[in-house]
Design a protein around this ligand. Structure first.
Ligand code: MSP
Length: 512
């Protein structure tokens, strides 16, 4: 094993069904997890759900069931989404797990003992409908918006976590580690947010108001509130076959939870506990629907990934989200864009290359990859014998840019398609004098397919497997190093091709 790799995703709220935004983040993490595994690293990959809090308690109440029963039902939907997308996490986090609760309590106790958690009265305005404190900043045109219902003055003592004593150390860490937050412009946003002194973070709710949470070890009539519970999952589940891994190499989150949750609360919790900070925080943008964030709070924006998986296959969705979204930016999800990528990149470019190549090997060489002698090479063969694609791919993944890594693979696919146009194997096949040249072209094309199957493994694992099956090659997962050019296919018998991405017209409608 070439070392280990530990990565995490945000854990999703279970108060509504998973949507495309959740699916994207998990696919992104799965891509990196598979990539690291292809470098022979022992991967620990955590993802899962955030199960406590007011909303879950309320949703359960509405359905007339216990919060645990409610969250059991909802968590199953997330597990199913991950499964259908081919996402292979090591551990599915659930914050209702006993082991997690124990770590949260342990951390709270430590910070309390250290004097970092203090008890103080908060006086302010309270929204009865939303059951939360609101501030002047929440007002719209000087009025409390409708969504808050009745807003009343309220005094409530709570427990607070002191952030300010750690601000200078956090700033120093960010200055010293320029690639701690990717992309860089998010780092600048965080530096901006850390210019002003930090107010204490309220980490409790009286049990009388919120029962669905983890009780504070030093005040059992309070539960800890949301972020303290949720963030701790990264540590409480950081277990690889009985041994704790720390720190995470990569933590993937959306831009909405960088400031303050993952950029301020989380590193300060770790600093206060004397634990190392994660090596990288990768902050992705949002999927939009006609310009609006896809969000559970606006049902008209929701895109249900399962409809696309059913109609086009998991890899089509995986490819689309990884290829279309420029890392860190927002992207619009439209059926037109999706279908353009599906028909063009997947069907015409990749699918056709596989079909044409395997068909020609059957038609001209009885399905056997020819052995060529190295004396009949020409300049036109150079791109397919080059390892540049592997270097490019690796470089972009290392820079957390899967869209560019896939672009590099598709450039190579384009070169292979152009190669067929330039060398015209169907003409060579008619001229016996050209038999050796035909051997070279068919062998190089077959070798390109083999290499593509390896380069696709992290992003499109099902397709990579299908290509390998059609070529009668050993199934994945394979090592990325095998994507380097070689001659291992000499004399290898390939199987029959079958269509990888059927044209849309012949497919049933989504959900049919
Ligand atoms: N439970 C918290 C996270 C706790 S992590 C210790 C939470 N949950 S969430 O369900 O609201 O969001 C989970 C993740 O999905 C976040 O990283 C969020 O950015 C991401 N997405 C939710 N909607 C999204 C889009 N429309 N597009 C892309 N990702 C977005 O926050």
């Amino acid at each position: 094993m070439a070392g280990s790799y530990f990565l995490t995703t945000a854990i999703d709220y279970v108060n509504s069904a998973p949507h495309l935004g959740h699916a994207y983040e998990k696919v992104l993490a799965d891509f990196f997890a598979r990539h690291e595994a292809s470098l022979e690293r022992d991967v620990l990959f955590l993802t899962g759900v955030d199960e406590h809090g007011q909303k879950v308690q309320q949703s359960a109440q509405k359905q007339g069931i216990e919060p645990q029963a409610f969250t059991d039902q909802m968590s199953a939907l997330f597990v199913e989404q991950h499964r259908s997308l081919g996402e292979e996490s090591t551990t599915f986090v659930r914050t209702t797990a006993a082991g997690h609760k124990a770590v949260v309590r342990e951390w709270l106790q430590k910070l309390h003992d250290k004097g970092e958690i203090i008890f103080q009265e908060h006086e302010g305005f309270y929204s009865v409908r939303q059951e939360q404190f609101v501030t002047e900043k929440d007002k719209v045109d000087g009025q409390w918006p409708e969504l808050f219902g009745e807003v009343v003055p309220m005094k409530e003592p709570n427990y607070y976590f002191r952030l300010e004593p750690y601000r200078a150390r956090l700033l120093a860490h960010i200055e010293k580690n320029p690639d701690w937050i990717v992309p860089a412009f998010r780092r600048n946003e965080l530096l901006g947010a850390l210019k002003e002194p930090l107010a204490e973070l309220c980490i409790s709710r009286p049990k009388a108001r919120l029962a669905w949470g983890i009780p504070l070890p030093f005040a059992e009539d309070y539960v800890t509130y949301v972020w303290f519970d949720a963030l701790t999952n990264y540590y409480s589940f950081a277990d690889a076959k009985g041994a704790r891994r720390w720190p995470p190499d990569l933590q993937i989150i959306g831009k909405d939870i960088l400031i303050p949750a993952h950029g301020v609360y989380w590193p300060i919790m770790l600093l206060a506990l004397g634990l190392e900070l994660p090596r990288h925080l990768l902050v992705h943008g949002w999927w939009l629907n006609r310009g609006a964030k896809i969000s559970k709070s606006n049902s008209t924006t929701i895109v249900d990934p399962s409809a696309y998986v059913e109609k086009f296959g998991a890899d089509a969705l995986r490819y689309f989200v990884l290829r279309e979204m420029v890392m860190g930016q927002d992207a619009d999800f439209t059926d037109e864009r999706f279908e353009t990528r599906y028909t063009g990149d997947l069907g015409k470019k990749l699918g056709n290359l596989v079909q044409r190549t395997l068909k020609m090997i059957h038609a001209y060489r009885a399905g056997v990859v020819p052995n060529y002698d190295g004396f009949h090479l020409e300049d036109v063969d150079a791109p397919l014998r080059s390892d540049a694609v592997v270097d490019e791919y690796k470089k972009h993944v290392a820079a957390f840019a899967p869209h560019l890594a896939l672009q590099a693979v598709w450039d190579f696919i384009a070169q292979a398609n152009e190669y067929i146009e330039k060398t015209q194997p169907f003409k060579l096949a008619k001229d016996p004098v050209q038999a050796r040249r035909l051997d070279v072209t068919l062998a190089l094309l077959a070798e390109s397919l083999r290499r593509i199957s390896i380069l696709l493994e992290a992003a499109l694992p099902f397709t990579a497997g299908k290509i390998r099956a059609q070529m009668q090659l050993a199934p994945g997962p394979r090592r990325l190093e095998e994507a380097l050019f070689g001659t291992s296919l000499r004399g290898h018998q390939v199987g029959e091709p079958s269509v990888l991405f059927p044209p849309i017209e012949t497919k049933p409608a989504a959900g049919a």
